[in-house]
Design a protein around this ligand. Sequence first.
Ligand code: ANZ
Length: 887
Amino acid sequence: MNTHYDHAAIEAKWQRAWEESKVFKVDSKADSAKKGPKFYCLDMFPYLSGAGLHIGHPVGYTGTDVYCRFMRSKGYQVLHPMGFDAFGLPTEQQAVKSGIHPAEITKQNEERFLEQLKRIGFSYDWDRCLKTCDESYYRWTQWIFLKMFNSYYDKELDKARPIDELTIPAQVEAQGAVAVAKFRDEHRLAYQSYAMVNYCPELGTVLANEEVIDGKSERGGFDVIRKPMKQWMLRITAYADRLLDDLEELDWPEAIKEQQRNWINKSYGANIKFRLEGSDETIEVFTTRIDTIAGVTFLVLAPEHPLVDKITTSDCQSAIGAYKEASSAISERDRTMDNREKTGEFTGAFAINPITGDLIPVFVADYVLSNYGTGAVMGVPAHDARDFEFIKTLKKLGHNVQIVTAIVHDLDAPVPEGELLLGYGYLRKDLEIPVIKSLGLLGASTAEALEKLPAYLETQGLGQKVIQYRLRDWLFSRQRYWGEPIPIIHREDGITEALREEDLPLTLPYIEEYQSLDGQSPLAGANEWVNVTCSDGVRGKRETDTMPQWAGSCWYYLRFLDPHNDGKFVDPVLEKEWMNVDLYVGGAEHAVLHLLYSRFWHKVLFDLGYVSTKEPFKKLFNQGLLVSHAFKNKTGQLIPVDLVKQDGAKYIHTETGEELEKIMAKMSKSLKNVVDPLHIVEQYGADTLRMYLMFTGPLDSTRPWDDKAIVGVNRFLKRLYAFVAEDNFGEDSDTAVREINILVKKCSEEYANLRVNTSIAALMECFNAISKCQISKASMQKFVQILAPIAPHLADELWEKLGGEGWLVNAPWPEFDESKTQSLNYEMVIQVAGKKKGALQITKESDDEIMAMVSEFASSKGYNPKQLIPVRDKGNNNRIKLVNIIA
Ligand code: ANZ
C-alpha cells in the first residue's frame, strides 16, 4: 500500500472537486428559506498589486477560512466572499513605468492573485468575486457618490436627507436660481471647495494627510508641497459624533477604537476674542485650557490666517511674507512634529488679554494649523509644551517673552516660576486680577475655571464654549486616471450638474497617456470624453478628477451580498438577512482610514434608507504581523537582505562595508525578506502552509517566520497520511476513546474563539496518543473532521479513504462525551506476589506501554517476572489500576 503523502496530487484533486461541485457556493435566495443561522465572514480584500499575494495575506485569510469551515460544520449558512481592490495609484504607476495600460496590468495581476488564492484552498464562494474597477461595480460606487451629492445633513434630525428637502432661506430664494443652486451646493455631503492640499508634483496628485510621511509621499517618497486647490470633499465631519458614539457598541479591539477616537479627537473648549491694540479687529483663539488665561504672554496665528496680512505692521511685512512662503512648503505632519524646532515671526501687532488686560505681542508660527479651531492660539508657555518650546525660538530672535505661572499643582507649596507645569491644577491664590477675584476663582480648580470663565466672557460678548473635532472633511479628488470617474458636469452657465442615476456607469475612457500634468488629471486630455452637451443644450465639461483608492472599498461588503444585481446596489431583502458582517478580519494598519470611511458611507446609506444597520462590521479582528530577519544600520535605516553578507558573527553591508544589526521586521518586499506563498505550496503543500501559518502563535500575535516549524508541520501531516493509508483500524481502545473525546471538546472551544494554534497542538498531541493504540475508523473520522478546517485537502482525502459520507465540510461537527474526557493521571500500583512493591505514575501511556514500563521496573529491581497480570478498574474507563508480577 502506498503511504507516501503526495500533497500536489491530493490538493489538485480536491481543489478541482470543490470548484466543479461549487460546494462553497451560497445561493442566497434559495438558502434564506433553509434553516440554519447566517454567518457573514469577511476578509479585507487585497489590492491587486504587481507583487502578487504577500505572505501576510494568507495569515488572516487562513484564520477566517478555518473559522468558516468550522461554522459550516456547526450548521451555519456561511457567506465567505473574496474580491479585489483594483483602482488606484500603484497600478497607475506600474502602467506609467511599463507602458502597459492599467486595465491590462490589472488583468494580469488578477490572474496571479486568483491562482495563488485558489492554490491555498480557501473556501470562498468564487461566484461572488468582484473587482472595484469593474464597470458593473463602480457604477454603484458612482451611484453612492450621487446620493451624497444629492443629500445634506440635517443637524436637527441628526441625519442625512435629500437635498430637495433642504429649506432655502427667503433672502436666498429672493436672489434667484443661481443663489439657490449655490446655497444647495454649500450644503451637499459631496461638495467642492478650495482647500489647502498636499500636492505631490512628481505623482501629479493631491494626497490625503495620511498619505504623506515626513513631508514625502508615502508611495515613492517624493516631495509634497501645500497649495490651495479646488477639490471634491465629503462631509464626514457631520458624522463625527455618531462615528464616536457608535464605537461603543462594536466588538472591536480596544486599540483600534482608541485610534478612531484620537483621529476624530473631540475637544471641549472655548473660543475667546482678544482685541487688537488700537483697532476694532479681534483675534479669536480656540483653547481647551481657558483656566490658564492668566499665563497668556503672546498670541500666535497660523501663517495662512486671513488676519495676518491685515495686522502685520509695515516694518514686519517682508519677514512675515518670507515666512509664509517658506511654511507653505512644509507638510502639516511636519509642522506638528513634537521634536521639530519651532519657527515664527513677529507681526508687529499687540493684543489685549480680555481677563487680565495685559498687552501681548502677536506672532505667526506654523505649529499653529489654519484648519483647526480658529487657526489662532493663546500662547501659555508655562502650561503648554509647544508654547514653551516656541519661546526658546523667540528668545533667539530677540523677543523677550515671559513665562507666567497661572496654575499650580499644590496650593500650599511655593509657586514655581519659569517652569513648564503640565496638566490640571488650581488657579494661583495670589493672582492680582480683579475679574478672577470677583468670580471667586482664586485657588479654584481647573474644572471650576473651565466652567466660569467662558460664561463670564460670554456676558462680555468675548467668548463662548465650543466643541472642536480634529477630524476634517474627506478630500475626495485625485488628479489621476485609474479611478472611478466622478459623475459630474461643470456647465458653461456655472451650474454643477450631476449625471442621472440611469446614465451610470460613467465609464472611464481608454487613454494612452496617464502621466498627469501640472495638477490636472490625465483625463483632462480626453477631449471627446470631457466635452459634452447637456440635455437642455448647454455645453459643459466633465469633472476630470477621479475618486481616491479608498472609495471602492467603502462598500464592497454590501455588494458581495448581491454581486450580479443590475437594478440595485444590493437587494434590500438580502441586505436585511445578512447584515451586519459578523466577523471582519484584516490588518491593524487599516485602523482609521478604511474603517472610518466605510463606517461613514454606511451611515449615509442608513440615513437614506438603503441599509438597515447603523454599522457595517460587528466584530473586528486584527491578525498579527509576520516578521522575519532584517538588517538595520546605525541611523536606523533598514537594509534589504540581499545587500548583507555574514562575516563570522558580524553582518556587513556589501556596498558600504558598514556593520549592521540583525533585527526582526515586518516581512516586506522592500526588505527582500518576503516569501512567496506559492513556493511553500509547491514545496510542502497548501495544507502545510495553512497549518504552519496558524501554528506559530495566536492569530493576533506578531510571529517570526520559522523555516524549521514548516518542516515539523509537514512531517506531522506525512505521518498522519501514512497512518490512515496503512488501514490498521479495529475496535477503539480506551485511550482512543478518551483522546478523541478530549480532542473534540478542546477544539470545539478553541475554534469557536479563533484559537487555531492551540487546536493544532491538541491535534498533534492526540495523534501521538492514538497512533500508538488501537483505534476505529469512526473515531479516526472524527479526528479528520477536527483537522479539516486547517488542512482541508488532506482531510477530504482521508475522509474518503475512511469511508466518510458526502462532503466533509457539510458533515455535522462531532459531539463529545464529557464523561470520557478525563485525562489520565494516576498512580498505578505494582505488586509482587500480592504485596505492594512500588507504584508508577500513568498519564498518557497505552496499555502496551504500561506493561513495558512494568517489565522495566521488574528488571531494574531484580525480579524475574514469569507473568504480568493487569487488574482493571471497571468503574473508571477500564484502566489498569494494578499489575501483579508473578516472579
Ligand atoms: C491654551 C493652552 C494652554 C492650550 C495649555 C493647551 C494647554 P486639542 O486638545 O487637541 O483640541 N490649539 C488650538 N488651535 C490650534 C491650532 N489651530 N493649531 C495648533 N494648536 C492649536 O488641542 C487644543 C489646544 O491646542 C488648544 O488649547 C490650543 O492650545 C492648541 F496649558 O490653548 B491650548
